[in-house]
Each structure stands twice: as structure tokens, then as C-alpha cells.
Ligand binder design. Sequence first.
Ligand SMILES: Cc1cc2nc3c(=O)[nH]c(=O)nc-3n(C[C@H](O)[C@H](O)[C@H](O)COP(=O)(O)O)c2cc1C
Length: 79
Amino acid sequence: MKEDDFIVSKTDTKGKITYCNQIFMEFACLQESELLGQPHSIVRHPDMPKVIFKLLWERIQNKKEIFAYVKNLSADGGF
Ligand SMILES: Cc1cc2nc3c(=O)[nH]c(=O)nc-3n(C[C@H](O)[C@H](O)[C@H](O)COP(=O)(O)O)c2cc1C
């Protein structure tokens, strides 16, 4: 990852991916057509504790921000 790289994705209210930038696709090792419309858990890494996502959903449903580091899975088995 380069210093100025910024991973961006957007979802609908159900967590389906509606947008992701080029860097996101590179790190996921997936193409846009493989990501759009998929649940964001497509990149979920088993090391991530469930409680983080529970908190994430609670916060955004209450229109609050959340700042968290997330380890994502790449389609090539990396993260
Ligand atoms: C805007 C947004 C971005 C998200 N980004 C990620 C992410 O990068 N990685 C991830 O594993 N889950 C992300 N999630 C959470 C997933 O929707 C999902 O809750 C999580 O992967 C756990 O899967 P589960 O809810 O099926 O247990 C994001 C959710 C939203 C609303």
C-alpha cells in the first residue's frame, strides 16, 4: 500500500456494495463486476471479531460515525 492510497467502498442500507474504488479492488483481488451488488462480508476476514460489525451497524443505524481498523480478506488468500 502506498502512502496516499485510500480504500473506499459504499454500501446500501443492507450492506450490499454499491461503489468501490480501484485500490479497494486491488486489495480484494476482485473486479468491479465481482464486487458490486455483493454483501460487503465478501471481504470479511475470519480474524475480525463479530462484535466490531455489530457495533458498526449500531452506530451507522443511529447516524453516527465509526472509526475502526478492519482486516479484509483478499480473493488470493492474502489480507
Ligand atoms: C459502509 C460499510 C462498509 C463496510 N466495510 C466492511 C469491510 O471493509 N470489511 C468487512 O468485513 N465488513 C465490512 N462491513 C460490514 C459488513 O456489512 C458485514 O456486517 C461484516 O462483513 C460481517 O458480516 P456479517 O454481518 O454477515 O456477520 C461494512 C459495512 C458497511 C455498511
